[in-house]
Unconditional design. Structure first.
Length: 269
């Protein structure tokens, strides 16, 4: 039986619990503590529905009459998480926003292993992606098309950062996150006979002419350099999105979305 969580209030900006949660703004503490922050009633509810472990739920004590917040509080306590009533000033400090949500949750991170990815569902591999907003938006798009596994290759930005989680709009709780090296990923790709499709400006075909046979992995590269030569050489197909204006490229998240929706256009089932 799960031990019920506690309920209490904090009003001081210098409280140790506030300092503790505020430290999760920094990647090194998120990694060390294996925790991260998500904001909003809907997002926190979605996390609980997907069986993510919540450690703390913070809510605005000036907004206690909201029925959705009341129900969320009761659910968190039953699941063993602590519920903390705080002032709007504390929420502002912890969220690092001038207009924070009424609810903020602290959750345990979840990471999957590469050998747990079966290749049944369409997958996205991101190599050395640096922008957390791009990563979060890609997770949201993946969730939209039903792609369930995101493989982060080499040194990518933290998917559990404040910026990435916000940009994902809750999709972080619906997509499996896997960390790997490019070398190990290529071995896995060969062992599982995965159709690897990468983006490139050289020797690439129009994305609408791609063979999106499943299972496939869509490989997207760093915002500035694109895919490394190592990963490009491992691709079965290289694709590009035509640029008809003066710009020579699209935003990474936009490009990923265009390619993924083309894949479900070709394979609607």
């Amino acid at each position: 039986m799960v031990k019920a969580g506690k309920k209490y209030e904090i009003s001081s900006l210098t409280n140790e619990k506030v300092k503790f949660i505020n430290s999760l703004y920094q990647r090194k503490y998120r990694k060390e503590l294996n925790l991260f922050v998500a904001e909003g009633v809907r997002v926190c509810k979605e996390a609980l529905e997907n069986n993510w472990t919540i450690k703390y739920l913070l809510f605005d004590i000036t907004n206690t009459n909201n029925l959705f917040i009341k129900n969320l509080i009761n659910e968190v306590v039953l699941l063993g998480g602590d519920v903390i009533g705080v002032t709007p000033q504390i929420l502002t400090k912890i969220s690092h926003k001038s207009n924070p949500q009424n609810v903020l949750g602290v959750f345990e991170q979840k990471w999957q292993m590469l050998n747990q990815v079966l290749g049944i569902n369409n997958i996205v591999a991101l190599e050395s992606v640096r922008d957390p907003g791009n990563l979060g938006t890609i997770l949201r798009t993946m969730d939209g098309v039903g792609a369930q596994d995101c493989i982060l290759l080499n040194e990518c930005t933290d998917p559990f950062s404040y910026e990435s989680v916000r940009a994902s709009m809750g999709a972080i709780f619906n997509v499996n996150i896997i960390a790997s090296t490019t070398k190990n990923f290529i071995k896995w790709k060969l062992n599982n006979k995965i159709n690897l499709i990468g983006t490139s400006l050289i020797n690439a075909i129009d994305y609408t002419k791609t063979d999106w046979k499943s299972p496939f992995v869509l490989a997207m590269g760093n915002e500035q350099q694109g895919l490394t030569d190592e990963l490009t050489s491992a691709c079965d197909q290289l694709i590009k999105i035509p640029m008809n204006g003066k710009s020579d490229s699209l935003n990474l998240a936009v490009s990923t979305g265009i390619a993924l929706y083309e894949s479900i256009r070709k394979n609607p089932n």
